[in-house]
Ligand binder design. Structure first.
Ligand code: NAD
Length: 492
């Protein structure tokens, strides 16, 4: 079985670690590769940081216009290889091929926006703030920047950061999730073969907590970008801050959709179902709490039950599959236990997706769409990120009560409202405490020129990934005040 190498100083090298864990296809438990893990990976990270630091010293002086040229090439490379990358994502991560292709499209869009970094990175200049004195602000890179990513978007999330970090003059080290390291391995191979970058400018290291801790502690790393669960995000934020680093740490979610009584039932049902069950519910912008306002006749409820039961579950590489497996057997057990706890809390199991077996993929981590109705507002399930295909259906009589419930929640990644009434939409948009808000949208994912926001325990930090925020995150400002008195004028 292949043992994955690290990419350090422009070369593929064996890990210092003797410990490896399996990378597994979640649809059938096939072992795809072995990935370095454990204490031995610390040395790998140290080497990547050292070579990154040297590459940064060279790269920071390359003019911005030149620094973005490899990104134009990278965009073409990702486009040409989109289908192949998507197949790798589906194989190691489980989502459908269409979802994987959509993911790579988002990565490409971030590269496109970063290609305009020389415009976003321009200095600000004020002439004559006093007689003969000008003042200006320039942006300079930070140094080596570390990036730690989760399992659910192995091809997209690194690109919320990588192209901006490089365009602004930094070196970049990616530590992908140990569950899905093959996607970035393939992309880094493309970068290695086709882009002319200083050795060490982009590195990839494997591992878990030990390698992450080295990225956090090493004084040559100046900034950390993290995406993952809130517990780890909080740890990353506090550790990175302790070591004096800039940090953006995106965490978990429990996203509500409020459905007003004036919506069109058929289209709204489809949008809800796609949001809850897309990527098997394993995305940070998946809706998980559906809140109809005054569904007195239960029409929306009936429509959701019907559509959830029709969703075709299977292997993501097979045609017509609408929903793949969850990532690991442990994840499946965790989600099924939470469903059981929801029942114990007194909720009504409207659709039961447990014990789902797919012919030909009996070993896969499959859970079919599930709906739990009427959970207690202060109970465990409504306040826990399930990260699986489980809808929590609760009802309120008034929009105010729904907003109040949402705002009391732990997370604030996304909140959406469905309505034809402008005043309700406006009230919701203004009052709801979430970083990404949708109006008649099921997955309010910001396109690449907007920051990927998040409030409360969904985000720890200040500046966010993507677009202009990313340029600000990966640069530090320097304000220069210059005096050139008239009396010094020379006559030539
Ligand atoms: P995770 O937190 O378990 O792992 C994320 C990364 O952190 C991995 O690279 C892992 O190796 C590393 N890690 C894990 N435990 C660690 C520890 N104790 N110390 C240091 N590093 C550690 O997350 P996951 O299960 O891979 O991903 C799912 C989570 O990510 C969900 O909570 C989801 O909501 C969240 N997520 C958030 C966003 C967002 O934009 N807010 C996007 C995608 C996923």
């Amino acid at each position: 079985m292949e043992k994955l190498k690290n990419y350090i100083n422009g070369k593929w090298v064996d890990s210092n670690s003797k410990e490896f864990i399996d990378v597994i296809n979640p649809a059938n438990q096939e072992v795809l590769a072995k990935v370095p893990y454990g204490k031995g990976t610390v040395k790998d990270v140290q080497k990547a940081i050292e070579s990154g630091h040297l590459a940064y010293l060279e790269w920071k002086d390359v003019p911005t216009m030149k620094r973005v040229q490899p990104l134009f090439k990278l965009k073409t490379l990702l486009e040409k290889n989109k289908h192949q990358i998507a197949k790798i994502i589906t194989t190691e991560c489980g989502k459908t091929l269409k979802e994987s292709e959509g993911e790579i499209q988002r990565a490409i869009e971030n590269v496109e926006v970063a290609c305009g970094s020389y415009v976003m990175n321009q200095s600000e200049f004020s002439e004559n703030i006093a007689p003969g004195i000008d003042e200006f602000m320039i942006r300079q890179p930070l140094g080596v920047c570390g990036c730690i990513t989760p399992f659910n978007f192995p091809g997209m999330i690194p690109f919320w950061f990588l192209p901006y970090a490089i365009a602004t003059g930094n070196a970049f080290i990616i530590k992908p999730s140990e569950k899905v390291p093959l996607t970035m391995r393939f992309i880094i191979e493309l970068i290695d073969k086709h882009l002319d970058l200083p050795e060490g400018l982009i590195s990839m290291v494997h591992g878990g907590k030990e390698s992450v801790d080295q990225i956090l502690e090493n004084s040559k790393v100046k900034a950390i970008s993290f995406v993952g669960s809130s517990e780890v995000a909080k740890y990353i934020y506090s550790q990175a801050s302790k070591y004096g680093k800039r940090v953006q740490a995106q965490g978990g979610a429990k996203n509500p959709l409020v459905i007003m009584p004036d919506v069109d039932l058929e289209t709204t049902t489809q949008i809800i179902i796609d949001s809850v069950y897309g990527c098997a519910g394993q995305r940070c912008l998946a809706a998980s709490v559906i809140i109809p306002i005054c569904d007195d006749k239960g029409l929306l409820k009936e429509s959701l039950i019907d559509s959830a039961q029709k969703r075709k579950v299977g292997y993501g590489l097979e045609k017509n599959t609408e929903m793949g497996p969850v990532i690991t057997p442990n994840s499946k057990i965790r989600i099924e236990n939470l469903i059981q706890e929801g029942i114990a809390e007194g909720s009504n199991l409207l659709v039961d997706g447990r014990n789902k077996s797919i012919s030909g993929y009996e070993k896969g981590n499959f859970i079919a769409p599930t709906i739990l109705e009427g959970l207690p507002l202060n109970g465990k399930i409504l306040n826990t990120e399930i990260f699986g295909p489980v809808m929590n259906l609760i009802e309120f009589k008034k929009l105010e009560s729904a907003i109040d419930f949402i705002n009391k929640g732990r997370y604030g990644n996304m909140a959406c409202i469905f309505t034809k009434d402008g005043l309700s939409a406006r009230k919701f948009r203004n009052e709801v405490m979430a970083g990404n808000v949708g109006i008649n949208i099921g997955v309010a994912a910001p396109v690449a020129q907007f920051p990927f926001s998040g409030w409360k325990e969904s985000f720890f930090g200040d500046l966010h990934g993507q677009g202009r925020h990313a340029i600000e995150f990966f640069t530090q400002t320097k304000v220069v005040v210059e005096r050139w008195p008239k009396e010094w004028t020379r006559k030539f």
